[in-house]
Design a protein around this ligand. Sequence first.
Ligand code: 2M8
Length: 440
Amino acid sequence: MTSESANLEELALEALSVLEDNWLGRSTKPAPHLYPHQWSWDSAFIAIGNASVRWDRAASELVSLFEAQWTTGLLPHIVFGSRQAEYWPSPEAWGSEACVAAPSMVATSGICQPPVHAWAARRVFEARPDEAGHDFLESIFEPMAAWHEYLHRERAIGSPLVEIWHPWESGMDNSPAWDEAVAALRPRPEEIPHYRRVDTELMDPTVRPSDDHYDRYAFLLERLRLEDYSPAAPQDHPFRVRDVLFNSLLVVADRQLAWIAERIGADGSLALQRAETLSCEIDRVLWNDELGMHVSFDAVADAQIPQRIAGGFGALLADPGPELTSRILEVLESEFLVPVGASGFMLPTVAVSDPAFETSGYWRGPAWVQIMWLVAAGLDTVGSDALADRLRRGVVGLVAAEGFWEYFDPITARGHGSARFSWTAALFLDTMSESPIADH
Ligand code: 2M8
């Protein structure tokens, strides 16, 4: 065994210990202190990482999340565990107990996150395609279909593209792509509920979203809470964004739902049809020819958001065809990718040359492992294997040099945010098991 592969083996053991330490009993918290409950898309990534190493936990991660599903089909972005664990917005701020559609056994948030779950469920099944795997797939299918149904029913307003109603729903909270839409919110002081941030007590406040943004996050939360998270006139909601990553992931998710349906003898034709419609709309509405990539659409301003962010490369997952793909790859290579380690690339969330770039500012520049993992999968989809491989080497290189951080500075490659971050560990494990990196 070479010293490099010995080192990778040690890292894999360390990744397992991160997941072990963050295990809550039936699911995994994203980070030891900063995010002490269960988060929706984190759980999907964690399930993917656990699938081939701790199968029962991978299944439990998704099953426990779906137990907190609302009767509307909404899959909440946070499922609260211990009330002792400090986090804002707390269960009281969300007030899910007062919503008829919310589960009674557990407190949750009332908004959602990108739909990576059907993909995760398929990966969990594929890691164990026996009776247990089949039972898991059967038990998750109806709730999964209801989750997708919720998105297509409640979030597609005047367009097949689905909307997010809060920046937190994108998972890329303070991305500069949302700056204008957030600035356009002008809450009166009495419309901002009183709150105390916990994140800035745990982290350097300069790398977290600003107080100004948090006021608006709190305002949107309160507005949605007053309407039981199901506004009677959704077209009047003040933050409505058709995010390219969210919609691209829904294309993948619908395709995976159809795949699951076939495995268990159910009908997946609607899901397939929806995936096709959505994928055409992504190219029709979200493609920006001047920027050479897909961007999100502000449904309140009725205009595209002309900001390139790494999430836009998520459109590769929906397979945009050779012409758009070659334009996208050109932008990816010439504007975004930054060399890391011997032969890897990292992908900043905002291009280093972009005026909006901030080197350690959370979703405003740093490289995130789960975005790199998703874009690598997008590159696989369009047959760009060499680039996908170099992005995966980037994931391994960053973790090997720095550890399992929440995100990484694209200039110095230093780790930032929370240490011992669950999806970094989970997707590192997946990257090691999926690719030939370890053999090189
Ligand atoms: C971050 O978001 C939460 C709010 O949901 C926060 O800042 O408190 C984001 O990075 C999000 O993508 C992630 O799912 C969550 C937990 O890791 O943290």
